[in-house]
Design a protein. Structure first.
Length: 367
């Protein structure tokens, strides 16, 4: 067999930690069914491996973003039904009906096409009505519900099986979110007069941990599955980190004082420095926004500052305090010593973007 070189950078994923965090979500809401959200490659962790690990966990659905992700789950042999959380495109709907995947409806036009396709294939197709309680992204406005009930009831091959919404500021604005819960309650009561709503859901991770929604019987844990609570809660101490980002030192050089490092010469050595080149860059998802923001790496037991701009495939670090550092030494970018929340803060973004931005060039190693 031909020798295969090791990767220069990679992601380590702890599937057992993800399963543990799902159990934490279940403990937080013991009377509520769960829809683990695995869209965007399970937040960068790997769609199929994560779904396979959770597939026997007694869950209601897997939350995905589009028909392509639903198809990947089906082809991977995952038994739990995928549920497409966002609006569907007209050209996706035939595949959705034929496979019986879950989805939302935000307009009578969508509903009518699903009805026509279900009639064509002699099926009864189940949908959840999306209600816009404040997100502004999809769904019927609450005041529209009265006018859409009868047209929906007349669609004999379409069954309204649930109602859903989404919190836009659950981790930022408690009064607005409490008011939104009241709007959702009123929508559930109105729709329950006309449909048997098997599923009622509005809460993702922040909503799960921070609020009580008596009308809901399904929750959509996302970020907390991957070890990060989006808002402070009593469960923070029991969530387990699920992902590590590693790379390797590729080169170590001694640079004189006054020497620029990386594009733009935004960093110039103030003194003679030992500088390491590390085999990861923005093509892998290590954001250019991390430059000149106090970003650090953990190498051979010490923190080392990142120097200059992030380039496409490489980044540099000050290893002057590490006289023994050499090519091939491992570099921690996210892990035990550098939490993902620190990286997100340095980049001026959110943990969701850091996770989902980790590119396909990074192999995922599972344990």
């Amino acid at each position: 067999m031909q020798h295969q070189s090791p990767p220069r950078a990679w992601v380590e994923v702890d599937l057992e930690a993800i399963a543990h965090n799902l159990d934490v979500a279940r403990q937080a809401l013991p009377e509520t069914e769960l829809m683990p959200v695995v869209k965007a490659g399970a937040y960068g962790h790997g769609l199929e491996p994560v779904a396979r690990r959770l597939d026997t966990s007694g869950i209601a659905f897997f939350g995905v973003a589009n028909a392509g992700e639903a198809r990947r789950l089906s082809l991977a042999g995952v038994r739990t039904k995928p549920f497409i959380l966002g609006p569907t495109l007209p050209d996706e709907r035939e595949e959705i009906v034929l496979n019986g995947w879950g989805c939302t409806v935000s307009s009578l036009e969508e509903a009518q096409q699903f009805q026509s396709l279900a009639e064509l294939y002699d099926k009864t197709f189940l949908v959840h009505l999306a209600v816009d309680t404040g997100m502004g992204r999809e769904g019927f406005l609450p005041e529209q519900l009265g006018s859409v009930v009868e047209p929906l009831k007349a669609m004999k091959h379409l069954l309204v099986d649930g109602v859903m919404s989404h919190f836009p500021v659950a981790d930022e604005d408690v009064p607005f979110t409490q008011a939104e819960i009241g709007v959702f309650r009123d929508c559930v009561r109105e729709l329950s007069r006309h449909f048997r709503l098997r599923y009622r859901h509005i809460a993702a991770s922040a909503g799960e941990l921070g609020y009580e929604v008596p009308e809901a019987n399904l929750a959509r844990p996302g970020l907390l599955l991957y070890g990060v609570g989006p808002m402070a809660s009593i469960y923070d101490s029991v969530l387990r980190p699920t992902l590590k980002l590693r790379s390797l030192v590729t080169l170590v050089r001694e640079l004189p004082a006054g020497h620029g490092v990386s594009y733009g010469r935004e960093f110039v050595t103030p003194r003679p420095m030992r500088v390491a080149t590390i085999g990861i860059g923005y093509a892998d998802g290590w954001s250019r926004r991390l430059a000149n923001r106090g970003t650090r790496f953990y190498i051979n037991g010490q923190y080392c500052p990142m120097l200059g701009r992030v380039t496409m495939d490489q980044v540099m670090a000050d290893v002057s305090a590490l006289p023994e550092v050499k090519p091939g030494d491992e570099v921690e970018l996210i892990g035990e010593h550098i939490p993902v929340a620190e990286v997100a803060e340095r980049a001026g973004t959110i943990v969701w973007e850091i996770f989902t931005g980790l590119g396909p060039r990074l192999p995922r190693l599972y344990h």
